[in-house]
Design a protein around this ligand. Structure first.
Ligand SMILES: [Zn+2]
Length: 232
């Protein structure tokens, strides 16, 4: 090793040790100290994914949700969304990638996602500006890296700002989101599409979005969400 390389490697080690010292890793759930990742071993054991089949159907498209939106998963999603803990997006993407493998292995699902395109459900630019990043886009980017699927973040665009929907009734929700997205078919229609969102609450958003894909004649599509509420 050359002298310069030795110095660089020493600086790297020292920097890492210094960062570890001032920024000790903590489990996102119980705040105990950890060496790597985002959850401690005990909390990781508590994270159980849902069975490897579709959790719902919308406009004839299956909806696969990996977890229930509660306890630890809720903490992870909220921490990524509101506390700038962007590293969580990578771990969620890893859990999604494992789940994708499971649902493909289950032959009764009849799923072939070879050459799939990931299309994330992005937030409106107003939210984006507030936070400086899009939480679903971060998950999608990591998922594309891990799985090798293509990412397309320009096909689906939110063109109307909509207020949070959790207080609205089902009918109001559908009316509320109508005409709020634009779908631009800038990809090969024959490729399977993975429509990716973080949470499915009542399914209204996915019902509306899948209708846009249906109108354009795209039938090979699955909805994939990190979590679903127990109501759904
Ligand atoms: Zn923990």
């Amino acid at each position: 090793m050359s002298y310069a390389k030795k110095i660089v490697s020493i600086i790297k080690i020292l920097t890492k040790e210094f960062l570890d010292l001032i920024y000790k890793r903590k489990c996102v759930n119980c705040a105990c100290q950890i060496n790597a990742g985002i959850l401690c071993k005990n909390c990781l054991k508590l994270v159980q994914n849902l069975p490897d089949f579709a959790q719902g159907v919308v406009n004839n498209y299956p909806i696969y949700s990996v977890f229930y939106y509660d306890d630890i998963i809720k903490k992870l999603i909220q921490s990524l969304k509101f506390k700038h803990n962007k590293a969580i997006s990578y771990y969620l993407a890893k859990l999604l990638a494992n789940y994708i493998q499971q649902i493909q292995n289950n032959k009764t699902n009849e799923l072939n996602l070879e050459g799939a395109i990931i299309i994330p459900v992005l937030t409106h630019y107003k939210n984006y500006n507030k936070r400086g990043y899009d939480n679903v886009l971060l998950i999608a980017q990591n998922l594309a890296k891990i799985t090798g699927y293509k990412l397309n973040s320009t096909a689906l665009r939110k063109i109307k700002y909509t207020k949070p929907m959790y207080k609205l009734k089902r009918k109001q929700r559908l009316h509320h989101i109508e005409n709020s997205f634009e779908l631009n078919i800038n990809f090969d229609k024959n490729c399977p599409v993975i429509l990716l969102d973080d949470i499915v609450t009542t399914g209204s958003t996915l019902e509306y979005l899948t209708s846009l894909f249906k109108e354009k004649g795209i039938y090979n599509l699955i909805c994939l969400t990190v979590a679903k509420t127990k109501k759904f």
